[in-house]
Write a protein that binds this ligand. Structure first.
Ligand SMILES: *Cc1c(COP(=O)(O)O)cnc(C)c1O
Length: 483
């Protein structure tokens, strides 16, 4: 594929994208009097309609997307989402509803919010939920704010949050953003929380434990009951990062196990595609003792219909404008209703089956630091290939040549040279087998033709890029062609 020129490079003063007919009425300049009207648009590209269409269509084809191929990016749940949910979110009555509309005109919207809250409290086993946060990390921050508000209300504010070394990277930054100091808890040789280490660290200074479950190794924290006991016994609260709930939905209710606060990622588990920067939604579920602190407004269901309750004296206040990303919530509700309870359970079963199928098929071909059975994702490393100078990045880049998106790399930090693979529940056996064959072929290439891996990708629009140059030296202005 040749390099797509910038739109400025195909621009020429003689080209036009459209032509308006001659005015057949007098021009009324005074209607625009006082407005800043441009006579010309300097630097604006001039191209024909077909050039615009082809330029952007070609650019769109240079992107990798879930509608064309397998996207095993670990911890991201890059799954295929049914188009029906997009259709429902695009219904004009929903799309056109205005956030300032009076409450009696948006009863249907409020019903969507309340019904989704009901579904998510049922799924998580929590007592109440806020749909406001815009993303997973935002949900974590809100969860930390709720924990802080609750402990301050008890007259026992604390300074530290415990986070296992297998947690998602956003956990420590959310705790830190909320003003807590972070203390790390070590994992044991199974990749789960070491209970002795937890007991040692869980002192009266610790406000909470943030536990990613399943953790970033894809391993379920089997000792979750004991973990909650240890934290609660010292007056702390347990926060669960539930971004990867597709591994658990219908099978395990965090609220039944002693979790006090949880966030979900609707844009992972519940049918909103993500990766382009939003919109997302990170609802936060809580147990009764944290409910008074939830953000306002709260949707109440009463005899006279739905209404928004703003009068909650202990609330941490609003955490974003209006009610959150409404259409993302609508998609989640459509997804939940279309699958039903049995279907949701199958989501978790197939997510776990697919991941274990990959883990078993590639065991021995790639190194597995932790051999524990996994849930929705598995973490290999480049240890075997490294002996021949092949690193995880070479393997990841070569996968592009096989038409597959690279997995998450070098994370979690407790696995050096990690390749973190999350197939998700939407992949067919055939697609999984193709991935496994590609990974096996790459392992053979690492032995026979390592130079092919070192120079991969070969078929992508660009070769290997400097991964930090764009951030360190951003070029944001077109200065004309370079001589
Ligand atoms: C994706 C993810 C997050 C962060 O969610 P964002 O919506 O990207 O902020 C947090 N924790 C885990 C385990 C995740 O997989």
């Amino acid at each position: 594929m040749s390099r797509e020129p910038l739109i400025f490079e195909i621009s020429a003063a003689t080209k036009k994208g459209f032509a308006l007919p001659q005015l057949d009425v007098p021009e009324k300049k005074d209607a625009l009097a006082g407005l800043p009207v441009r006579a010309a648009m300097p630097g604006f590209p001039q191209v024909s309609e077909v050039e615009v269409v082809r330029h952007f269509t070609r650019l769109s084809q240079a992107n990798f997307c879930i509608d064309t191929s397998f996207y095993p990016l670990g911890s991201c749940t890059m799954k295929y989402n049914p188009k029906i949910n997009e259709r429902i979110a695009a219904l004009p009555d929903f799309q056109g509803s205005h956030p300032y509309a009076p409450q009696d005109l948006i009863q249907g919207n409020l019903e969507v919010l309340k019904t989704l809250e009901d579904c998510l409290t049922e799924i998580t086993g929590m007592d109440a939920i806020t749909l406001q946060p815009s993303a997973g990390a935002h949900g974590e921050l809100v969860g930390m704010m709720l924990i802080r508000a609750c402990l301050e209300d008890r007259g026992d504010p604390r300074q530290i949050v415990l986070i296992p070394d297998s947690a998602h990277g956003t956990n420590p930054s959310s705790a830190h953003t909320c003003g807590y100091r972070v203390r790390e808890v070590k994992s044991n040789s199974n990749g789960t929380i070491d209970l002795d280490a937890l007991s040692r660290e869980m002192t009266g200074e610790a406000a909470a434990l943030m536990v990613t479950n399943p953790n970033t190794l894809g391993v379920f924290e089997w000792d979750i009951l004991k973990i909650c006991e240890i934290v609660h016994a010292k007056g702390g609260l347990v926060y669960m990062d539930g971004a990867n709930m597709n591994a658990l939905v219908g099978k395990f209710r965090p609220g039944d196990m002693g979790i006090d606060v949880i966030h979900l990622n609707l844009h992972k588990t519940f049918s909103t595609p993500h990766g382009g920067g939003g919109p997302g939604s990170g609802p936060v579920g809580v147990k009764k003792h944290l409910e008074p602190f939830l953000p306002v407004p709260i949707v109440e269901r009463g005899a006279a219909g739905y209404r928004l309750d703003f009068s909650r004296p202990k609330s941490i206040g609003r955490v974003r404008s209006f009610y959150g990303n409404f259409l993302v919530m609508l998609k989640a509700l459509a997804y939940i209703h279309s699958l039903g309870a049995a279907g949701l359970k199958e989501v978790a079963e197939i997510a776990v089956l697919n991941s274990n199928y990959i883990r078993k098929s590639l065991e021995g071909v790639y190194h597995l630091k932790y051999a524990s059975p996994t849930l929705h994702e598995c973490v290999f490393s480049d240890k075997l290939q490294k002996e021949r100078g092949i690193l995880n990045i070479d393997i990841a880049k070569r996968l592009i040549d096989y038409g597959i998106h690279p997995p998450t790399m070098s994370f979690p930090l407790i696995v050096p040279g990690a390749l973190m693979i999350e197939p998700t529940e939407t992949e067919s056996r055939r697609d999984l087998d193709q991935f496994i064959e590609a990974m096996k072929a790459i392992a053979r290439e690492a032995v026979e033709t390592p130079e092919v891996l070192k120079s991969a990708p070969h078929v992508a629009p660009v070769r290997r890029l400097d991964e930090t140059a764009a951030a360190r030296n951003p070029v944001l202005r077109w200065e004309g062609p370079k001589e």
